[in-house]
Design a binder for this molecule. Structure first.
Ligand SMILES: [Zn+2]
Length: 354
């Protein structure tokens, strides 16, 4: 989980819109779905640009050769494949593995730093998350676009949720597709009222989809985009939104028998050398174990955070009373970040929570 990050809605959509072609020794270059008709389900994996960071083509090609050699050595049948955006502006050399299966495919994807891998059958193309379980399916043939959240403009959605009329300053607010997302319990920086979040999936002129958010304050009647909020509030809003997405994933794909909790440990550096004594300090973590057991581990140096090991005094039961239980590690990791951002907004010095 070292590289854990939440693959957000618009990134999943970009994956789902990918058009995959395969080079068949007899048929030549065909749509992956046509090859799947002939060979059965294909698992399409790339080694390019791990963690979506752009790399040189030499590095990408070297990793691609390593991937193909590794799968070939393991006895799998492979077809050369290419995944491209619908407008053809980007493409990635990939390999289509015949009948690999989800577990193996996502494991290989993880080993090559890929957020997702593809499964193609004659009728459906699915994207599978590699670092946490999520799936997005679309018909295998023809172009595909995601369904909008609603057909309401932002002012219609606000009127429906709160009966309020607001002056909306951005053109994106006037486009349809908005829905109320919820109240992340983050106070407005202008008036202290809890903020509300609305979301939409919108498209740039070039066809790329993005996650649009509107931050509404019913107190001072403002509508803002996240980049107009102070950084700590923006972090908290994205943390909350990521937690919601991972919680939805966890509902659809719970981890069998698992349960995760976040915890908050009080930190006290008596000399104030490493933790200034200008505020109260806490450490935020998450664990699949009992939280007291995990705290004891930190103190005895087992996979410990050095601040908890050296300065942890006790768990802050008072702050932990209302924390939810999580069904997957991904959900707990996302909540951990939201919790850390919330505590920072409350004036605590925060370690961990990343
Ligand atoms: Zn306000």
């Amino acid at each position: 989980m070292r590289h854990f990050h939440v693959v957000r809605e618009h990134v999943r959509i970009a994956y789902a819109r990918t058009e995959i072609t395969v080079t068949d020794p007899e048929l030549g270059e065909v749509a992956a779905a046509d090859a799947a008709e002939r060979y059965g389900p294909l698992w399409v994996i790339t080694a390019h640009n791990p963690f979506s960071e752009k790399r040189s083509s030499a590095e990408n090609e070297a990793d691609h050769r390593r991937l193909v050699a590794e799968l070939g050595d393991a006895g799998h049948e492979l077809l050369p494949a290419v995944g491209a955006s619908p407008d053809g502006r980007w493409s990635e050399t990939s390999t289509a593995v015949i009948g690999l299966g989800r577990r193996r495919a996502t494991k290989v994807g993880r080993a090559y730093g890929q957020n997702a891998v593809f499964e193609v059958t004659p009728s459906v193309q699915k994207v599978h998350g590699c670092f946490s379980t999520w799936v997005l399916a679309r018909p295998a043939c023809g172009p595909w676009e995601p369904a909008p959240f609603s057909d309401a403009t932002l002012d219609e959605a606000i009127r429906e949720a709160f009966g309020l009329e607001l002056d909306l300053p951005f053109w994106r607010f006037r486009r349809p597709g908005w829905r109320y997302s919820g109240d992340p319990q983050i106070p407005c920086d202008l008036c202290g009222t809890d903020l509300d979040v609305f979301s939409a999936l919108l498209q740039f002129k070039d066809g790329t989809w993005y996650d649009a958010k509107a931050i509404i304050c019913q107190g001072c009647r403002t509508a803002r985009i996240p980049s107009h909020l102070p950084a700590a509030r923006r972090r908290a809003i994205y943390g909350w939104s990521d937690w919601h997405l991972t919680a939805q994933d966890a509902l659809k794909h719970p981890t069998k028998g698992g349960e995760w909790h976040c915890y908050i440990a009080a930190l006290d550096d008596p000399e104030g050398k490493r933790l200034w004594r200008d505020k109260e300090w806490v450490y935020v973590g998450q664990t699949g174990k009992d939280v007291d057991e995990r705290f004891a581990e930190h103190k005895s140096g087992v996979r410990s955070n050095r601040f908890v090991r050296d300065f942890g005094t006790h768990l802050r039961g008072d702050l932990m009373a209302d924390l939810p239980t999580h069904r997957t590690a991904a959900e707990a990791l996302a909540y951990e970040r939201y919790l850390a951002a919330q505590l920072e907004l409350c004036g605590y010095g925060v370690k961990g929570g990343t």
